[in-house]
Design a protein around this ligand. Sequence first.
Ligand SMILES: [Zn+2]
Length: 99
Amino acid sequence: MSILDRLLRRNAGMSCQQVEAVMQQYLDNELDPAEVPKVLAHLEACKDCGLEAELYTRIQTSLRAHQEAPSADSMDRIRALAQELALNGPPEDAEPADA
Ligand SMILES: [Zn+2]
């Protein structure tokens, strides 16, 4: 293999260490767009890094889902409840809440 070949190979692909170093930035969409294709190429070619990226992505996705979904949902419920109270008044004859 010629030196030129080696240089080209090195430029074409990233090593596992390089990919690991930028993985977090890549997942946060903070990675230099010029670097993204190289990372993607490596993730497709390298099973280990591909699986790692997939795992990270799943964790991030579920974290985001947990952060956003319930709060939006409960805000809607609170608003609906507040509206109902405003329209109909308290349910039954308002008895003291404490037994
Ligand atoms: Zn790798």
